[in-house]
Design a protein around this ligand. Sequence first.
Ligand code: HSE
Length: 346
Amino acid sequence: MAVKIGLVGCGTVGMGLIELLDRKKDFLREKYDFDFSLVFVTDLIKGTVFSKDGLDTGELKETAARGGLSESGYAGTGSCGLAELLSETRPDIVCEAAPTDYRTGEPGMTILSSALKAGASAVTSSKGAVGLNMAGLKKLARENGVHLRFESSVLSGTPLINLVRGPLAGCSLSKAEGIVNGTTNYILTRMESGLSYSEALGEAQRLGYAETDPAGDVEGFDAAVKVCIMSAEFFGSALSIDEVRRAGITGVTEADVANAARSGRRIKLIAGVSRAGESVSGYVEPRAVDLANPLASISGAANAVTLTTDNLGEITVSGPGAGKKETAQGILSDMLEIVSLRSAGK
Ligand code: HSE
């Protein structure tokens, strides 16, 4: 099936998606009948490039890696608003991978709403918009007969959202708890090896794990918005970010990490949401966990979430929690699902 894709945001994740699409083009066509054309890429810093006939992903990844999009040899380059791009190129799916504002959900909220209203399905890896108003965005998707997906907003490409939606359908959840921020887990892991907090944060930034403003990671906002997403998706309960009890790792010292290690424990930033009756509560807090706790072995940018279910007891999912190709994989799996739904006439 021919699929026209528009991409908003060409930072680490957007670049990861272009590279992944370029690398897997033939495989995607042969295995999934996913015959894509990338019709626009727009980024606040790098500029905009579009073509109704589809951009050359190989050329694009080279140009974008040099820092700009507009030097591509396409007719449609330069500055162009989203409304114009949508009406000019008529994408089937818009992928949103822009930096996120946890409180306003912007710019994702505007991008996703505009895409859905224009009749395009939307896939987002950023968290602000779905954390803030998932129900509103889902309603907009339904009203416009299109789909909204956000697998990579929690645990990057490691399946969690779609696992609960698909294979775990029929289970009722009472709790989801684990490590949901790759940057802080990376920092804590590296501090155990003797790096200072700022050295470890610098590494996490260079490796593409941290948010554009890493305060979002280390102060626990990123984990808190992921708690909001899990609460809305798993329990249908919209928590605001301020309703999530939140402490980050800025108060965790190198001495705390060393002391925990001496007593056979590791400090982890634990995030969770649980339901008791009608009441749903969310939290993010550093905890010294015993080495026997499975979460203690989650190291680097890996994440893990344990789901407490009625029918299957505890299910733990672990895997990459951040990263360029890892997050792009989550977006890709969402797009493949949308195409398979469309093939089935849904
Ligand atoms: N900054 C985020 C993290 C990216 O470190 O987990 C993935 O959501």
